[in-house]
Design a protein around this ligand. Structure first.
Ligand SMILES: [Zn+2]
Length: 287
């Protein structure tokens, strides 16, 4: 696996090695990123991996690799919307479905990349695409790039593996633990531990990291309920998913973002935390 020319961090490199070594790199990958550039880079790498026939794919130097690195490989399609609304038309999706069953020109596989998938894929075209995701032809890989995997249909999401890259700072261990305590408080049904856990947010230095971790845990909770994998991997996402409904978890995100904004504006931290505690209680303890 040749990472020359790619700006991947060690974590991502290890993940990619682990997935390919165990033969578990899935046929359908969602790249979730706030950075279009980082996502595009990983997508290009995955297309090289799909078409390269070297034992140590992607080798980065063969004809297949070079062509797909420059987005010019015949077996790699970067699907651009044809209509004015900048979404994929049903005709386009149907032609992808037909094309996927045609053998590749080279000796490797075929790849289809869908950039801005969360905006370009309408619900009906996602549904049309679903069957292909369920039973993909051999050697074919689908790569969906989006800002938030959650904006795709749960049925699509559950058939893909999500890889998150760039533009999204991964909170540290301390922030994760603090966020896990807050989530335990939310699901405990007891006000005191929740308020105690939320107290960390009065420390403005720590608050941003904790909020980021909280959002990731909530996101994972929703993913778990949709049958997809939890990516951030905090244990408390499972607790959240087992105790709350999807709409409750979605509702929790609103006061979370609001409190984060208030604290950034230097609104009284204790008042904000008390308010947030009340909102969490209201949403999560309602029957
Ligand atoms: Zn190669």
């Amino acid at each position: 696996m040749n990472f020359t020319d790619f700006h991947f961090d060690e974590n991502l490199k290890n993940n990619l090695r682990r997935l390919t070594d165990s033969g578990r790199l899935p046929h359908a990958v969602i790249i979730e990123s706030r950075s279009a550039q980082a996502a595009e880079e990983l997508a290009r790498f995955l297309t090289m991996l799909t078409v390269c026939t070297s034992d140590d794919a992607p080798c980065g130097v063969c004809r297949e690799c070079l062509a797909s690195h420059s987005r010019a490989h015949a077996d790699v399609v970067w699907l651009q919307p044809e209509n004015k609304s900048k979404t994929y038309s049903m005709a386009q999706i149907r032609s992808v479905i037909e094309d996927a069953y045609i053998k590749p020109n080279g000796s490797g596989g075929k790849a289809y990349v869908f950039e801005n998938a969360d905006e370009r894929f309408k619900e009906d075209s996602q549904n049309a695409f679903l069957k292909l995701l369920e039973e993909p032809p051999r050697g074919v890989r689908f790569i969906l790039i989006c800002r938030s995997a959650l904006s795709l249909l749960p049925t699509v999401l559950s058939r893909c593996t999500v890889i998150r890259v760039g533009g999204d700072d991964i909170p540290g261990e301390e922030a994760r633990e603090a966020a896990e305590r807050i989530v335990s408080g939310i699901v405990s049904g007891d006000e005191y531990p929740l308020l105690l856990a939320l107290n960390v947010l009065t420390d403005r230095e720590k608050a941003d990291g904790v909020f980021a971790a909280l959002r990731l845990i909530m996101r994972d909770g929703i993913a778990l309920l949709a049958g997809a994998e939890a990516i951030f991997g905090a244990e408390s996402a499972k607790a959240l998913a087992s105790r709350l409904t999807k709409s409750q978890i979605l509702a929790l995100r609103e006061p979370t973002d609001r409190a984060a904004a208030l604290l950034r504006q230097n609104v009284n931290a204790n008042l904000t935390v008390t308010w947030l505690c009340g909102e969490y209680r209201r949403i999560s303890w309602q029957k």
